[in-house]
Write a protein of this length. Structure first.
Length: 375
């Protein structure tokens, strides 16, 4: 039996150190991963390697799909920017102007901007919900719409880990009549041939990688807290058991904040399109990227983050390289994706081996890439 090459794919001349950095991840805890980077319109790095399962018997392929957790928020934010570009959504208007039920319990004045930048105070489910309740769109959106904000909207911000997606998805449903998964396909991913999905069919699920929890890393990793601490409330099913996120039910559902499934190439294509004018105008991009929070501590994550309308802007907890203009969103456990308009870069790294200190692996890859650009 021929031994399979650990890392496959292509790189353009001058980016060999990126391949070396990617391959070095398997000297640590990596099981399976993909890395894709555009420089302008050119795909200069397209690598994948390892395995899709914990037993390391199924090779990772170029079209392997992985649950990307909150990378999903970045892609959904691109979809919302499309609606703004088309004049169907206004960031400055109240959410309740589009979704009437959301105005209950003193939420009628919460703007789309406040909701997308995690300032709405609807950061968890009240009453508590179980992970399987996330599959029921009507139940989840009713929970979000019926509750009172935990703080005066606009006066503080705290990570809306799961609820963010139901607000965003309902804005899309109310303005287009389509679910988030359907709108994403019709407006973005089909035209770009971008392999990213919210809600997977049976055939697509066959390409999915198994998610592997931190306690199964090889070698085992210490149980350290998320940098900055993590104070997400216990009644928020933000991190369902890893067996749940590898289930057919989870993959089939539309949970816009956290269950987008994609390949690194598919995700990078979305970000490349965002900064090249293929999705919306430059004006709409700048509107989406206007900084909404900076310097304040997130009440749920206990981190200082720069946020815009759904995106995390480049900052130490979510590192995207040297440019302050870079924007994107990381996912729980180690995946990340971003665009850097200043350097004309679109970057996506996905993994199925989750780690408590998620930034370590992708930071190594980002630094290797930008070092190549300087040389």
């Amino acid at each position: 039996m021929t031994k399979r090459t650990l890392v496959e794919g292509t790189i353009q001349p001058g980016f060999e150190p990126v391949r070396e950095a990617f391959a070095s991840l398997w000297n640590e805890i990596e099981v399976g991963a993909g890395l894709s980077i555009f420089l302008g319109d050119e795909l200069v790095v397209d690598l994948w390697g390892g395995h899709t399962n914990r037993d390391r018997t199924i090779p990772w392929q170029r079209d392997t799909l992985v649950n990307t957790y909150s990378i999903s928020k970045g892609i959904v934010s691109l979809a919302l920017a499309c609606l703004v570009d088309e004049g169907k959504l206004d960031y400055d208007k109240p959410v309740a102007d589009y979704w009437t039920q959301f105005g209950a319990e003193r939420k009628f004045g919460i703007t789309v901007t406040q909701a997308l930048s995690h300032q709405a105070g609807v950061y968890t489910f009240r009453p508590a919900m179980e992970p399987e309740d996330l599959y029921n769109w009507q139940k989840a959106t009713f929970n979000v719409a019926s509750q009172a904000p935990a703080w005066e909207p606009g006066t503080a911000f705290g990570y809306h880990a799961i609820t963010w997606g139901y607000i965003a998805g309902e804005l899309i449903r109310q303005t287009t009549g389509r679910t988030i998964g359907d709108y994403l396909r019709s407006r973005i991913t089909n035209q770009l041939e971008a392999d990213f999905h919210i809600g997977l069919t049976g055939p697509e699920q066959k390409r999915c990688a198994e998610m592997i929890g931190p306690n199964h890393a090889r070698p085992p990793v210490a149980k350290t807290p998320t940098p900055g601490g993590n104070t997400l409330p216990k009644n928020d099913p933000a991190l369902p058991p890893y067996r749940v996120v590898s289930s057919a039910e989870w993959r089939n559902a539309e949970i816009p904040a956290t269950n987008g499934h994609g390949s690194s190439l598919g995700i990078a294509r979305c970000y490349q399109a965002a900064i090249s004018g293929k999705l919306f105008s430059g004006e709409s991009l700048q509107l989406a990227l206007k900084e909404e929070t900076n310097g304040e501590t997130d009440l749920c994550l206990n981190q200082v983050l720069r946020r815009s309308k759904g995106f995390i802007l480049n900052c130490e907890p979510c590192y995207y390289g040297p440019s302050r203009t870079a924007f994107g969103h990381a996912g729980t456990g180690g995946s990340t994706a971003f665009a850097d308009p200043e350097n004309n870069v679109a970057f996506a790294y996905v993994t199925n081996q989750l780690h408590h200190s998620g930034t370590v692996r992708y930071r190594k890859l980002i630094d290797a890439f930008f070092d190549c650009l300087k040389n």
